[in-house]
Write a protein that binds this ligand. Sequence first.
Ligand code: FAD
Length: 451
Amino acid sequence: MAEKLIVIGGTAAGLSAASRARKEKPDMEIQVFEKSGFVSYGACGLPYFVGGLIHDINDLVAINAESLKSRRNISAWIHHEVLLIDPEKKEVSVKNLDTDQVSIHSYDKLVIATGAVPVVPPIPGIHSDGVYYLRNMEDGIRLKAAAREHGRVCIIGGGAIGLEAAEELRNAGLSVSVYEQFPRLLPFLDNAFSQALEDTLIKHGINVRTGTQIAEILSENGKASGIRTAFGESEPSDIILVSAGVKPAGALAEQAGLALGLKGGIIVDDEMRTSHKDIWACGDCVQMKNRITGKPAYVPLGTTANKQGRIAGGNVAGGHDTFKGILGSMVTKVFELFIAATGLSKEQAAGEGYDAISVSITKADRASYYPGGRDNHICLIVDKKTGRLLGAQGIGSESIAGRINVLATAITCGMTVEEINELDLVYAPPAAPVYDPILIAANQAMKKITE
Ligand code: FAD
C-alpha cells in the first residue's frame, strides 16, 4: 500500500509541504484537511480585497481544491477540521463542518501547518457583534461587507496588518482611527521612522492614538458601538477591527503531547521535525530560530511559512533539507510610504549584549537631477566591536524594499560595514545615485565605530 501523508492546514505552509512531498514521491497518498472554505490563499492580499483594490476574493487563491486534485493529485478537503491527533495510533479525528460527522483517518507521516490565531485582548465587550479580525478569507469577506454598510472604524493595534487595513479602509471612504498601546507605531523601528509613519497616516486623514490602551468596547443591544480608552475618552464606531497580533495555533499539537516553546509554538528541529518522529510542523504554528542570535523567535510571515513548508514536505519524503532561521525581514506600504526592516533593532541588539551603534542617513533614491526621485532613509544597526551588520531599517520609496533585501543578504553573509561599503552596486540616473544609499549608510557607520 502507498505511504500516506496527512497535512493539517491548506495554505502557505501546508500546501507547500504537500506539493513538495508530491514532487519527491509521486506514489505517496496525500490528504490535506482545511477547516475554512478555501485552500492556497494569500492572506497577505486581504487588506487590498477589503479596501476594494482587489474585487474578487478568488483572485487571492493560487490553486483551488479541484485543481490540486487534477494537477497535483493532492486531495484537499475543505470545511474539515482536525479535532484530535493520536500519535500512537497514527490517526487523526476529523469533523466535516458541513455535516458535523466525525471520521478517523490514519497516516504514516503527518505535517501540522495550522498557522496562527489572532490574539484576543482581554477587553470587556470584545466578544460583541461588530468586532472583527482579519486573519482568513471568511474574515475578509465579513469585514468588507461591514465596511460597505458603515462609515466608521476603530482599529485596535498599529502593527503592519492594522496599518495596511487602515489605509485601505480610508481609501474606501471610511473614517478610521488607529489605537496603539505602545508609545509609537511599529515600535521596532527607529524613532524617527515611526514618527514619519504616523505623520503619513495623519496626513491622509487617519486619527492615530499611540500610547493608548482600550479599556472597553462599548455596545448597544450586544452590538459594538464604540470604544473607551484607559484615559476615559470614548469614540463612537460601527466597526471595531482587532489587529493585536497573532499566536501559534498549537492546541492540537499540545493535546498530542508534542513539545511546545516560545508563545506556545511547536518546537521543531532544523529539518522541521517535531518531538515526535513521524510528525513535522511548519509555518506560523512553530517556534522559529533567530539567525543572528540562534535563540528562539516568533515572527510569523508568509515567506517563512512557504520555505518551511517546502522543507518539511521534502523531508517527509525522505530528504534532509534544513531551515537555517529567520532575520524577521519585513516590508509594508502605508499610503506612499514603504517601510522595510531586517535583523535586530538597536534595542534588541543591546538586549543581546552587543555594543550596538546605529546610524541613519537620508539620500535620494536616484540621481538628484533626475525627475521623480524620492528620499530613502536608512538606519543601520552595527556591532561596534566587530563592525558586523546586525540590523537594517528603511523608509521611503518603493526602492527601499530592494535595498533592505541587499542588507538582509549582507547580514546573512556576516558582512561588516567595511565590506558593505565596498559592494559593487548598480548606478544609472533613473534607477540609483552613483553612491547608493546603502554605501552612504555603510560609510557613515564605519566612521561612527571608530569614533
Ligand atoms: P495560515 O495561513 O494561518 O494557514 C493555516 C491554515 O490551517 C488555515 O487556513 C486554517 O484554517 C487551517 N487550520 C488550522 N487549524 C486547523 C484544523 N484543526 N483543521 C484543519 N485546518 C486547520 N506575511 C508576509 O510575509 N508578508 C505580508 O505582506 C503579509 N501580510 C499579511 C496580511 C494579513 C492580513 C495576514 C492575515 C497575514 C499576512 N502575512 C504576511 C502573514 C502570512 O499570511 C502568514 O505568515 C502565512 O499565511 C502563514 O502561513 P501558514 O500556512 O503557516 O498559516
